[in-house]
Design a protein around this ligand. Structure first.
Ligand SMILES: [Cu+2]
Length: 252
């Protein structure tokens, strides 16, 4: 009867080892990812997407935007922490009736600037209008990649934020011009800061391996919860394999 208890101990040891092995990487990585698809604003024709890999407070950001002018495009993460906003659609927010939802008119939906997605230097809201530090379109599109540190508050609240792109040569004159001034600065034409697209940041499923440690932040996807039974099931299967092997050995 000893031959029964010894394999049982091995089964438990094997299952424990399995869980330890699969649990460890998820706990060590703790990486989250967010993405968003740009919806055009002000009939700009802009499209694109953003993806953010977040490791602690380090954000690796990739942006692809097309259907835009070959001029500078201010781009930010807007939002209010703890508040569920939305991307504006149509001209519902056009308070002054000029047919355009300008940057300020969109704030009730997408909030104020929290991160300036500059190409170099400062990324705080203080650099929201640092117009020489934003990407410039080429052939109607641009790509942006940058890795930088977010504040603790921003890293924890990314799911409340929106990616907003600005800059629209609305009259097709070949530059940002016109008599209308930006509501943000008299030094800039309205066209230079006009929002042309907005994307809601959505948290993607966490790293598939493990799954137990991923439960902390995930709310919207089903894959987080489904990986837990998978891991447990795999441990049982592994235990069963060990059981068969040990029984065969004990029969010899
Ligand atoms: Cu903005």
């Amino acid at each position: 009867m000893r031959s029964f208890t010894r394999p049982l101990g091995r089964i438990l040891a094997a299952a424990g080892l399995f869980l330890a092995l699969t649990g460890a990487p998820a706990a060590a990585q703790d990486e989250e990812s967010y993405s968003g698809t740009l919806a055009p604003m002000n009939d700009s024709g802009a499209s694109g997407d953003i993806s953010i890999s977040l490791n602690g407070t380090t954000a690796d950001i990739t942006i692809n935007v097309s259907g835009v002018s070959d001029f500078v495009h201010a781009q930010h993460l807007h939002g209010e922490f703890g508040v569920t906003g939305s991307c504006p659609s149509g001209t519902d927010l056009d308070a002054d009736g000029d047919g355009i939802v300008n940057t300020v008119e969109g704030v009730p939906n997408y909030g104020t600037v929290k991160v300036s997605l500059t190409t170099d230097g400062d990324t705080s809201e203080a650099y929201a209008l640092q117009i020489d530090s934003f990407p410039v379109g080429s052939g109607g599109s641009y790509t942006y990649t940058r890795s930088f540190e977010l504040t603790e508050e921003t890293a924890a609240g990314l799911g409340d934020l929106f990616f907003v792109v600005h800059g629209f040569d609305a009259d097709g004159s070949g530059e940002y011009d016109g008599d209308a001034r930006s509501p943000l600065s008299d030094d800039l034409p309205l066209e230079a800061t006009m929002p042309i697209g907005c994307a809601t940041l959505v948290q993607a499923a966490s790293t598939p391996a493990g799954g137990v440690a991923a439960g902390g932040g995930g709310t919207s996807t089903s894959s987080t919860s489904s990986t837990v039974p998978f891991a447990l099931g795999a441990a049982v299967i592994l235990g069963g394999t060990v059981l068969v092997v040990n029984r065969q050995r004990s029969l010899r």
